[in-house]
Every structure is written in C-alpha cells, then in structure tokens.
Design a protein around this ligand. Structure first.
Ligand SMILES: NC(=O)C1=CN([C@@H]2O[C@H](COP(=O)(O)OP(=O)(O)OC[C@H]3O[C@@H](n4cnc5c(N)ncnc54)[C@H](O)[C@@H]3O)[C@@H](O)[C@H]2O)C=CC1
Ligand SMILES: O=C(O)CCC(=O)C(=O)O
Length: 525
C-alpha cells in the first residue's frame, strides 16, 4: 500500500481520509528540513501546507515520491520544475480556501477603514480616544483589485454588496467575466490613479513581483489604503514604509510578507499598518475543506491514477482513469518501440487518435507516448516529466484526432521524425483493454508487447523463419510468440518475436548475419 507523510499542520480530516482509503499515513506536522530529508524516501505521497519547503534536495532524496499535495492554493513552497523533472505530480486545492481568504481581505478592509486594531489596543489600555479614531465609510468608495481570479472575484462580489465601486486590473480577465462580476476592467495606472483602496490577489510571478513599488505608489491618490492577502513580494515593503510615514498611503493591511515567518519586518510599527501572520486561509471550514480535498486527490492518484488539480500534469478524472489506463499503456509501448529503433535525435512526434480513441482525453495518452519514447535515453522519465523533457529537447509534439473510418474499433499511431528517417507504429486495444501492435512502418502485423522482443526487418524469402528459429534455439533462447507481416509477397517484411529472456549482443549479431535480414533490434517493454 502507498505510504503518505503529512508534514504540516493539516486538519485531522486528512489523516482520516487517507486511512479510510487504506493508505499508511504518518502525521508529523512541524518536521524540520533536516528531519524531512531523513525520512522522505519512505513515502509515495507528501501532504503539505505552506511551512514545508519541497526543495530540489528534498526531491532528490524522495526516491519513491509520486505526488506532493498542497492543502491550499499557492505552490510557491514547492520547486515545481524539480518535481516535474523528478516525475512527481504537484497538486493543490484551488478553491477550498478561496472564500475564507476573500473574507480575510474584507476583514482587513474594515480593520483599516475603522482602525480597529489600534482602537482596540487604546481602549483596552484605558485611553478612550474617541476623536483619534475617526474612520472612513466604505460605501461608494472605489476598490481596485489587482488580480481577479478565484479570490479576487469573491472579494469583488462582497465589495459590491457593500455598495463599493469595483475596478480590476487583470490582463487575463475576460470582458464577459468582468461584466458578470459587475467589475470595471481598467489598466494598472488607471487603477492606481482612481482607487481609494487597493487589494492584491495575484500569484507572485516575475510580472507581479513589486507590482506596487515606489513609482506605483507615487501614481496613487493621497490617502489610498493597500491590502495584501496574496503573496509577500507583490509590494515593495521599504517603499510602502516610506509612504506610510509620509501619510501618502493612509494605511496598509498585510497578511503576507517577503520573508515568512515574519518575526521582523520593515513595515512593523509603521503608522496605520495592520499585520496578520498569513492567516488568510486559517478558518476551521477552509482547513477542513482543503484537507479533505487534498487527501481525496492524493489517494485517487496513488490508488487509481486519477489526476485532479495538478499544476504540472493534465487532469484525469476518476471516471476516465480506468478507461485511459490501457490507452496510456498502448501509447507508452508504441513510444517505447519507436524510441528503441529511432537511433538519432528526434525532431517531431505525432500522436494520432482514430476510432473510439478519438473520443478520449488525449493529453495523458500523449504524455505516456512521450514517456515511452524518451525512456531509452532518459532512464527516469515518466508521464509527468516527459512533456517538459520533450520541450527541453526542442521536440515538436502534435496531437491529431481523426474523424474517418478506421480498420479497428480504436487505434493510436505514433510517428517520429528525426530529419533523416520517419518511424511509424500503430496499435489497438484488443477486447477493449489489451494493447496490440497492428502496424509497423505501414506493414500490417498483430503482436502483443512482451517483456523481451526481437524486431527483425527482413525480406520475405523461403527459409528465413527456420534459420531465425534455429539461431535462437541454438543460443538457448525460447520463443514465446512469433508474428510476421510483409508489405508484399517476396518484399519487405517484419518479424516480431517474443522471447523468454534478454537477447545478448552475440546473438543479435548472428541474427543480423542471417540471409535476407536487413536489421535486428532487441526491444524491452
Ligand atoms: N493569504 C493566504 O492565506 C492565501 C493566499 N492566497 C494567494 O492568493 C492569490 C490569489 O489566489 P487565487 O485567486 O486563488 O488565484 P487565481 O489563480 O484564481 O487568480 C489569480 C489571478 O491573478 C491574475 N494575474 C496573473 N498575473 C497577473 C498580472 N501580472 N497582473 C494582474 N493580474 C494577474 C490571473 O489572471 C488570475 O485571474 C495567490 O497568490 C494565492 O497564493 C491564496 C489562498 C490563501
Ligand atoms: O495554508 C495556509 O495557511 C496558507 C494558504 C495559502 O497561502 C494558499 O493557499 O496559497
């Protein structure tokens, strides 16, 4: 049974789900980086929140790891590129904590507008400073959202309920979605110039890092308030401190910081600055939801191959997983066959889907074909890493679905070009689940994929089968199955021989030297 480690403070609901699904589960929140390095090799799955850092070093040690599940949205604490190269699926739960985080942003907005934290401190200190804490009303104010995805959209809806005027800067927000949300789409400078309150809801990327810097602050209205419940690094903290000191920014409320945990920060103690310790997602309800979701998703993947909310792999639903499994095996075998005979750098790969195959979700099947194709040169490649490995090698990948009569109920074809030669193999599923090769370079054949096979290109002349059988028999190699195909009588032919043991170089040379043999390859599947 697969084994899962929970290394952060997830709701106990996650442990219950993993165990109920039959997975061995260790709940060790608060593991240090060193402790994680020591034990991670034992696990197939790693469930985390934001404290665990899944670094290159962790992934290098995690020899059995198949999936990292983030109970939350941001996966900044996972080296996703390294996980992909290591063939580890990285999943998150993109919706489970969105409402809660949006509510935190709204809470921060009220806290800023009415200076609630400072008024609370002063009142409990016995000062009763009624005139010091004059607030601002939110009704009618302009709220500027930077980022209007899951969380931004919920903030927009809530803010409209508060009778605020909401504008959003988000290059990927469609006009229809903006209209549906009742949000005005604006450019960034317009948002800076117009907004009374600005709230950030984007991931931290090269494009969003310091999206609010000193220059941006200068473009804002005097008296603007800024909320960041998204990611530290979206706002230049030093520039903001300066603007809070001068009063150009009337207040700021941050849940996230450049360095976390933020035990010290340049913003701490600034006028009208409110801080929370990355609490955006911290409600019982959200934590229960993300824990349940991540545990279900990880269990599905480890037990059935279903992929949900992966950030580095196409989705495979629980219903699709059993249907796609034989197609992925067939595609991997066709890719592996082609990869073992191609012999030079690959320029392009086309994966064609015909008959019933044209109806299936192609992305995981393409990933499986690429994994098989690259395996002869990249031992540790798998479906997760194969697409990026192909891209890194400049291999053009095309997916083609045919809507035309097909000789088989269902068929996949993998065609690989190197510039010098083209190799093309097709296969079907016998009885709906059993991969069968049906075409090698345009020559019809019908063969299973055995563990060890000999692929012989020969000329269709009398005596060939006998001489091949004798060569194998003399070497003590038992033939399991034997399949023949030919282009025309006396012409180019193919023999695919499944053997019970690996064929060594000596025997390959002997077969190659037989009359009418053009080439021979030993294949492994
Ligand atoms: N404080 C906390 O505890 C939590 C923080 N978060 C963070 O909140 C942020 C938003 O999360 P979601 O709304 O779920 O993400 P999302 O992916 O649904 O939305 C992000 C939006 O940002 C937009 N965007 C991307 N690049 C942009 C750019 N250069 N300029 C403007 N907009 C851009 C995207 O088009 C998208 O609409 C993320 O950084 C996430 O990690 C999420 C949950 C809890
Ligand atoms: O798990 C947490 O407390 C942080 C949540 C978060 O930042 C996220 O989901 O992106």
């Amino acid at each position: 049974m697969p084994k899962v480690l929970i290394s952060d403070k997830l709701s106990p609901a996650a442990v219950e789900i993993f165990r109920a699904r039959g997975l061995e589960t260790d709940f060790k929140p608060g593991l240090s980086a060193e402790e994680l390095l020591d034990i991670v090799a034992d696990y197939d799955g790693l469930a985390i929140r934001s404290a665990t850092k899944v670094t290159k070093e962790v992934l290098a040690k995690a020899k059995n790891l198949k999936v990292v599940g983030r109970a939350g949205i941001g996966v900044d604490n996972v080296d996703t590129a390294a996980a992909t190269s290591a063939g580890v699926v990285v999943m998150n739960t993109p919706f489970g904590n969105a409402i809660t985080t949006a509510e935190h942003a709204i809470a921060m907005m009220f806290a800023l507008a009415r200076q609630i934290p400072a008024a609370d401190r002063s009142t409990q200190d016995g000062k009763w400073e009624k005139s010091k804490f004059m607030g601002v009303e939110l009704t009618g104010k302009r709220l500027g959202l930077i980022g209007c995805g899951n969380i931004g959209a919920i903030v927009a809806e809530r803010a409209r309920g508060l009778k605020m005027r909401v504008a959003a800067y988000d290059p990927y927000l469609s006009d229809d979605r903006a209209a549906q949300l009742g949000v005005t789409k604006v450019e960034l400078d317009e948002l800076f110039a117009e907004a009374d309150i600005i709230t950030l809801h984007t991931p931290l990327t090269d494009a969003t890092r310091n999206i609010i810097d000193a220059g941006a602050i200068q473009k804002m209205k005097a008296g603007v308030r800024i909320i960041n419940c998204a990611r530290g690094g979206l706002v230049d903290e030093v520039a903001l401190r300066g603007a809070l000191e001068t009063g150009h920014v009337a207040g700021a409320a941050f849940d996230v910081f450049v360095e976390e945990p933020a035990k010290e920060n340049v913003l701490f103690g600034a006028p009208n600055f409110i801080a929370t310790p990355h609490l955006g997602a911290s409600t019982t309800e959200a934590q229960e939801k993300v824990a349940l979701q991540v545990a279900e998703q990880m269990s599905d993947y480890l037990l059935t191959g279903a992929v949900t909310n992966a950030v580095n792999m196409p989705s495979v639903t629980a219903e699709e997983a059993p249907l796609l499994k034989p197609y992925m095996k067939l595609a991997e075998n066709l890719g592996a066959f082609t990869g073992q005979v191609i012999g030079s750098a690959i320029k392009s790969v086309a994966i064609e889907f015909e008959g019933q195959a044209a109806e299936i979700n192609p992305a995981p099947v393409v990933a499986a074909a690429l994994s098989g194709l690259l395996k002869p040169t990249l031992a540790s490649v798998n479906m997760v890493s194969a697409p990026v490995e192909a891209q890194a090698r400049g291999i053009a990948v095309t997916t083609i679905k045919h809507d035309r009569p097909c000789d088989y109920q269902t068929m996949l074809r993998v065609t690989v070009e190197t510039g010098e030669r083209t190799r093309s193999m097709a296969g079907t599923l016998f009885a709906g689940t059993l991969p069968r090769l049906v075409d090698v370079q345009g020559i019809a054949i019908e063969a299973e994929f055995g563990d060890h096979m000999l692929y012989v290109r020969n000329y269709d002349k009398p005596g060939f089968i006998g001489s091949l059988g004798s060569a194998l028999g003399d070497a003590g190699v038992n033939i399991a199955t034997f399949h023949l195909g030919r282009r025309e009588e006396g012409g180019e032919a193919v023999a695919l021989v499944e053997v019970d043991s690996a064929v060594g170089e000596d025997l390959l040379a002997k077969v190659k030297a037989l009359p009418n043999v053009a080439r021979v390859d030993a294949l492994k599947f």
